[in-house]
Design a protein around this ligand. Structure first.
Ligand code: THU
Length: 143
């Protein structure tokens, strides 16, 4: 693991805080995320749904796009806490495939850590490379 326990716990706290702001009248499934960038900044996000469904956005992408908009570029780690509405985290919710690809755009897959929050304060840590093997990224386009 590249990041220390204190940082992991801080990211989990931020993800849980942002999860409370999820706007989910259609799924009732609330997700919070906290993205840590190489410059030390932490940006939170929640999922935001829409009556037309497809314009909705996941918590992870919301957090990453917010941070990129503020000028942060290199994603170091991201904590994700998802569960049906309610205070308790009742399951491990790994990021969806689209969010994994968005992480790939701003991260080194072998280094970037994804902290998935589970029940009772437990968590699991994966690298992006584990969750998105053999990925396509900016380097494929010479970037
Ligand atoms: N969701 C996320 O926010 N992150 C994920 O990685 C998976 C799914 C959201 C999208 C939608 O608002 C709700 O969870 C149910 O799919």
């Amino acid at each position: 693991m590249n990041i220390d326990t204190e940082t992991i716990e801080k990211l989990i706290g931020t993800a849980l805080e942002y999860r409370l702001r999820a706007y989910t009248p259609y799924s009732g499934y609330n997700v919070g995320a906290a993205a840590l960038f190489e410059d030390g900044s932490v940006t939170g996000g929640c999922n935001v749904e829409n009556a037309a469904y497809s314009p909705g956005i996941c918590a992870e992408r919301n957090a990453i796009y917010k941070a990129v908009s503020e000028g942060h570029r290199k994603l170091k780690a991201i904590a994700v806490a998802g569960s049906p509405a309610g205070d308790e985290i009742s399951q491990y919710a790994c990021p969806c495939g689209v969010c994994r690809q968005v992480m790939r755009e701003f991260a080194d897959p072998g280094e970037c850590e994804i902290i998935v929050v589970g029940p009772a304060g437990e968590y699991r840590v994966h690298t992006l490379a584990e969750l998105l093997p053999e990925s396509f990224g900016p380097d494929n386009l010479g970037k």
